[in-house]
Design a protein around this ligand. Structure first.
Ligand code: SAM
Length: 333
């Protein structure tokens, strides 16, 4: 077993782990959740996530993203970040450590998280218009709170701050140009993500997806765009700056320009199951084995064999496509 590089059966090197540390979320974004369903899976102890993440790092994971649910709701988060910041990759480097959050609790947590060793945050934000934003999150006052959180993150040194925006046609696609100005004004990188069939309800259709091509055309009409080279081979975003070099936007197009061939990811759910693809039909119970007393060596072997089952690609939009058993909020986006 090659422990320095976790490679799947399709030759992809797996170095990126997304870990959901709670299934709870304080927003009920209308495209993500029905609004009636609460958390569906248990949270584990913070030490248990740490124990599992260590195994992945032993096997070659270099990038760890904490997510949820809403990770900032999780008690013990700063302790976990502190411990993770002390881990070293197989090559002896600190991990690339970040959090994906809705930003609601970031104002007070940005500085302590930075002090604990966090490097960056990605904040999800689906509108730059206050009214539209609050209609999406279903939480009054959320817009000002999140903008305050983003500014606190920048002030704490958690930059570059990335903003992830999911666009749905006829719903928030009128925000595209506003986001381009927001990126420049607030000094953040805005990344538009195509909507995937991963919602709790049934909203997804091919027509509701706003494609990469359309986004580029629309922004380009308002502000000339210049394409930037990828930062790394497995980068999922196409990156652009503006004609004057101020500001950056990115577009992640899993639906219209799938990047499965360059996928370097694994996910660990809040209840300790490994998912090898967002659209996997099966989960692999790492936590169950850990609880049953498997040794670290057995658990590493289990992760290694699980990675060999990583799917070649997703089948969004194809006949016979099946939604996974969990939606995005319960997988950990
Ligand atoms: N609560 C955290 C947050 O808001 O970033 C982390 C969890 S949230 C599920 C992670 C990301 O998934 C958010 O950026 C959200 O917009 C995105 N997301 C949710 N449902 C999606 C879908 N069906 N397609 C694409 N992205 C989705």
């Amino acid at each position: 077993m090659d422990t320095a590089r976790l490679t799947d059966s399709h030759g992809r090197v797996i170095h990126d782990l997304r870990v959901s540390i709670t299934d709870r979320c304080n927003y009920k974004c209308v495209y993500c959740r029905t609004g009636e369903d609460g958390p569906q899976y248990p949270d584990l102890a913070i030490d248990e996530y740490l124990q599992m993440i260590r195994l992945f790092v032993d096997l070659g994971i270099t990038k760890v993203r904490l997510t949820g649910g809403e990770p900032l709701m999780r008690r013990g988060l700063t302790d976990l970040v502190r411990e993770l910041s002390r881990l070293r990759s197989f090559a002896g480097e600190p991990l690339d450590l970040a959090i994906t959050t809705n930003g609601h609790l970031l104002d007070s947590l940005a500085a302590p998280l930075k002090a604990a060793g966090l490097q960056r945050v990605t904040v999800s934000m689906d509108a730059v218009d206050e009214h539209t934003f609050e209609r999406i999150t279903r939480v009054q006052g959320s817009f000002k709170t999140v903008v305050g959180g983003i500014r606190a993150a920048l002030a704490a040194g958690l930059g570059p701050v990335k903003i992830n925006c999911v666009l749905l046609r006829g719903f928030n696609d009128d925000q595209v140009e506003g986001f381009a100005h927001f990126a420049r004004r607030e000094n953040v990188i805005v990344r538009f993500i195509e909507f995937m069939p991963l919602e709790e309800g049934r909203l997804w259709t091919p027509e509701i997806v706003v494609s990469l091509r359309e986004i580029v055309e629309r922004i380009g009409r308002e502000l000339p765009l210049v394409e930037l080279p990828p930062n790394e081979a497995s980068e999922t975003a196409r990156r652009y700056t503006f004609g004057d070099g101020v500001g950056e936007i990115g577009i992640i197009a899993p639906v219209t320009q799938a990047f499965c061939g360059a996928c370097s990811r694994l996910r660990l759910t809040s209840d300790g199951k490994i998912r090898t693809c967002l659209f996997s039909q099966v989960e692999h119970d790492l936590y169950g084995r850990m609880r049953a007393g498997a040794t670290d060596s057995e658990l590493r072997q289990y992760i290694f064999s699980t990675v060999q089952q990583k799917e070649a690609r997703h089948h969004i939009g194809e006949p016979g496509f099946l939604k996974p058993s969990r939606s995005m909020v319960h997988i950990g986006g």
